[in-house]
Design a protein around this ligand. Structure first.
Ligand SMILES: Cc1cc2nc3c(=O)[nH]c(=O)nc-3n(C[C@H](O)[C@H](O)[C@H](O)COP(=O)(O)O)c2cc1C
Length: 311
């Protein structure tokens, strides 16, 4: 008989109720809708958690087309946080999540500190919402977004305001588009973040030769997919050694080996994003592959692998 392996992960050890996941595999915001869209394709309840589309105070229509461009080993997107708004999320989505076993984490984005705090307050105590992921890293919106993730002071202010407005576990999502990500990470932790997730997309662009203009309607977009994995890995490696809270690794994860690289670099959990757009089963395949690796290597607890590659 094969021995059971323990894939569980505590993502918010500093929080009073914690955020205990049965396994480390989550979906990345913006690539898995609100979860329901995928429920018919595979048993989404098997995942560690679902992170839903970025949610704002009011509904947003997003940026003009073109919004998605494929690049070598990657995807450029400039969706611009199109979403139904927090009111509809609370009224229409949360009651369904409340019936699920899998925790749902809401990714929130504001245009200023007050909006982030308002979002956190509205979602506090809503059945079906297990934690907040604070997006201070969206490169595709004019107001707010990435601006908050580019300065330690701004990251501190947003995190502190959200922390004060909610009793939910708070995860802060960082941008790679900075000089020193560890300084931003430290500021978010000091302000009360229970965990950090990184990375959001890397700013980039593409040109249409025949029209002699940028391909994306927004001119620039966020690069994701395999192209950014080495950048993300390095940032997870650095940040996880610099902070005392769990780090969630994101960026180009398409297979269990990708995810295991992040875990050995210091990530306690992982999110699968762009890979799901091409292969909806990707998060489940990542999970099954991690479990298989642990059995083959005789690893009883996932935590034994976290940071195993630190030097
Ligand atoms: C189409 C698309 C939409 C996204 N929307 C959001 C969003 O609403 N909020 C957010 O924090 N990140 C968003 N992201 C970023 C992803 O969650 C993730 O951080 C990034 O894509 C890197 O992971 P990946 O390479 O696995 O996709 C989006 C990414 C894509 C491709």
């Amino acid at each position: 008989m094969t021995k059971p392996v323990d894939l569980s992960v505590q993502l918010a050890p500093r929080h009073k109720t914690g955020l205990l996941l049965k396994n480390p595999v989550m979906t990345a915001s913006g690539t898995f809708g609100y979860g329901m869209e995928y429920a018919e394709l595979f048993d989404i309840q098997r995942l560690g958690a679902i992170v839903c589309k970025g949610t704002t105070l009011r509904p947003r229509r997003g940026n003009p087309q073109v919004r998605l461009v494929e690049t070598a080993s990657g995807l450029l997107n400039a969706v611009g946080l199109e979403n139904v708004g927090v009111g509809a999320v609370i009224k229409e989505k949360a009651p369904i999540w409340a019936t699920w076993k899998v925790p749902v984490i809401i990714n929130i984005a504001g245009e200023n500190v007050r909006e982030y705090a308002q979002l956190a307050r509205r979602l506090d105590g809503v059945a079906g919402v297990s934690a907040l992921e604070v997006n201070i890293s969206c490169p595709n919106v004019a107001g707010g977004g990435m601006a908050f993730g580019c300065s330690p002071q701004a990251a501190f202010e947003v995190t502190a305001a959200v922390r004060e407005a909610t009793a939910l576990p708070v995860i802060v999502k960082l941008t790679p588009n900075v000089t020193d990500i560890t300084a931003i990470a430290a500021a978010a932790v000091e302000a009360g973040a229970d965990a950090l997730s990184l990375i959001n997309t890397v700013v980039g662009m593409a040109i249409d030769l025949s029209r002699r203009c940028p391909l994306l309607g927004n001119v620039t977009g966020g690069l994701s997919g395999p192209a950014i994995k080495p950048i993300a890995l390095h940032m997870v490696y650095k940040v996880s050694q610099a902070v005392t809270v769990p780090v969630i690794g994101i960026g180009g994860i398409a297979s269990a080996s990708d995810a295991l690289e992040f875990i050995m670099a210091g990530a306690s959990g992982v999110q699968v994003g762009t890979a799901t757009l091409a292969n909806p089963n990707a998060p489940l395949e990542v999970l099954e592959g991690i479990e298989r690796f642990m059995r083959e290597e005789g690893v009883r607890k996932l935590s034994e692998l976290v940071g195993a590659a630190w030097r």
